[in-house]
Design a protein around this ligand. Structure first.
Ligand SMILES: Nc1ncnc2c1ncn2[C@@H]1O[C@H](COP(=O)(O)OP(=O)(O)OP(=O)(O)O)[C@@H](O)[C@H]1O
Length: 489
């Protein structure tokens, strides 16, 4: 649909955009990214015919853009107009109606039913119809932005060029506008080419991205190909971290703020952070710790300060156990947003703690182990799915800076240590009479201070893995001994 070949151009003989070649397909949502001054607006102006092409070619449907008559081009291509102060004396409907000029002919053009419908439809789609008779100067920046989009849509173009369309829009209108553009692209075949400053919105909505640097192409492809940490850091000249979006398979970029000196000082999590009561064991860290857990509250990745292992009766049952847990935490003055909460029917006096330090890393481990519900994982399929009391909750606090690999390997190493402890204590699956490897409702938490020495790994080749192996094994043995391994819970 749009084909650029070795396109160069700029202002007063000075080339800004140099040697760009790419194509945009019909129905594509195509994003242009790049730092300030990289030539994005200049490229968009060249694509709309405002800035002349110095060399190379730009074709729409196989025809050079310079060979289109202005009205012919306007029927195919609309540009989200920039706000100009003069425009503000018009009403919303008058402004949107300006989008119809390309469809009118003659000296005294007639306003047709088709024009009226196109204008109303554009106002409806952009949520501006309720302002139809309001003057533009009475609208907020975001509302005006939607009016200008309506003007471009009233033109009923095949191609829409946008320069930062979400500028001035609040979160919900950013989403609405981009959802609308995406829908028009996929359902009506509208081709959208848009500049984005927000890399995350571009990643979520665009089919492909062009990354510009100094007037040339640095990258072109689907979001996961273009939004990689290294090129983005290099082009934007700043520290950026890439993570997948939690719900959709698209990369998201976060800037990393400069750390204050106090955020670098080392912190040690150990037994002094523990409060031990009959109803719960809590560990309160002086700072938020990076966590990966299977807690009832605070599961998955997060940053948490309080860690609570709550004792519940062996017959505990609650339809909305998460809500019940939240109520419990609130009652005990824990901030739910900063707390990982687990439950156990194991008596908390059976908890075991260990602090182990090896080389440049230390861990503090807390285990509550009850094995009345012990299961041989290889034969778990033979068990009914009833919730029986008896759980092993394993908490690992690492005093170090863990990579994500190290977090995941910590779960693995802690599990291996737990299994070995069960084996050495000769814990059997009461149903199958084979060696038990855990219980059916075990939970695990890995929490790290993210300060001090960098820990790339937590397998048993590493000091972190060795510390976890020793501490989890010893704690599990101790907790099992306190329980008496034959005991129900
Ligand atoms: N009308 C103009 N006349 C001369 N030079 C210009 C003109 N408009 C832009 N430039 C120059 O062209 C270069 C690229 O500007 P452009 O606006 O295309 O960048 P951009 O990537 O859109 O930047 P931003 O993210 O800041 O909007 C800049 O160095 C700018 O000073």
């Amino acid at each position: 649909m749009i084909q650029l070949t070795k396109l160069s151009g700029g202002y007063d003989g000075k080339l800004i955009v140099r040697d760009l070649s790419f194509s945009v397909q019909k129905g594509e949502l195509f994003g242009i990214l790049g730092p300030n001054g990289s030539g994005k607006t200049t490229l968009l102006k060249m694509m709309s015919g405002i800035v002349p092409v110095s060399s190379g070619s730009m074709q729409i449907e196989g025809k050079e853009i310079k060979d289109y008559k202005p009205k012919e081009l306007a029927k195919r291509l609309a540009v989200l107009p920039q706000m100009t102060p003069q425009a503000f004396s018009y009403t919303v409907k008058e402004t949107v109606s300006l989008g119809r000029y390309a469809h009118q002919s003659g000296l005294f053009p007639i306003w047709t039913e088709e024009d009226e419908q196109a204008v109303n439809k554009a106002m409806e789609r952009t949520g501006t119809i309720q302002f139809a008779n309001t003057s533009l100067e009475e609208l907020s920046g975001g509302e005006r932005q939607r009016v200008f989009l309506a003007q471009a849509l009233a033109q009923e173009p095949e191609i829409l060029l946008l320069d930062e369309p979400t500028n001035h829009l609040d979160l919900s209108f950013q989403k609405e506008l981009l959802d609308l553009l995406k829908k028009m692209a996929s359902e009506a075949g509208l081709t959208v080419v848009s500049i984005f400053h927000d890399l995350n919105l571009a990643s979520l909505y665009c089919d492909r991205l062009l990354l510009m640097e100094d007037g040339t192409m640095n990258g072109l492809g689907i979001p996961s190909e273009v939004l990689k940490e290294e090129p983005i850091q290099q082009v934007y000249k700043t520290a950026i971290h890439q993570r997948p979006h939690p719900e959709v398979p698209k990369p998201q970029m976060s800037i990393l703020p400069e750390k204050a000196a106090k955020e670098e000082t080392e912190i040690i999590i150990d037994g002094t952070c523990i409060t031990h009561k009959d109803e719960f064991i809590a560990l309160e860290a002086p700072v938020l710790l990076k966590t990966l857990s299977a807690g009832v509250i605070g599961a998955g990745w997060g940053w948490h300060r309080s860690f609570v292992n709550r004792h519940v009766d062996k017959n505990y049952w609650h339809d909305s156990y998460k809500e019940d847990m939240k109520g419990f935490l609130k009652q005990h003055h824990f901030d739910i947003n900063e707390t990982v909460g687990m439950m156990t029917a194991v008596h908390l006096r059976k908890a075991a703690y260990r602090f182990v330090e090896i080389e440049d890393v230390s861990v503090f481990v807390v285990v509550t182990a009850g094995v009345g519900n012990a299961v041989d994982v290889s034969r778990a399929v033979e068990h009914s799915r009833a919730f029986l009391p008896g759980t092993i909750n394993t908490w690992v606090f690492a005093n170090g800076y863990l990579s994500e690999e190290a977090f995941v390997q910590s779960v693995m190493t802690a599990t291996e240590a737990k299994v070995k402890a069960l084996f050495d204590k000769k814990v059997k699956d009461p149903l199958t009479h084979s060696w038990a490897t855990g219980t059916s409702t075990d939970s695990v938490l890995i929490a790290a201070t993210q300060r001090g020495a960098h820990q790339a790994f937590a397998g048993t080749i590493s000091p972190l893995g060795q510390s976890i192996g020793k501490a989890v094994y010893e704690c599990t043995i101790e907790s099992l001994e306190k329980s008496g391994t034959g005991e129900r819970i």
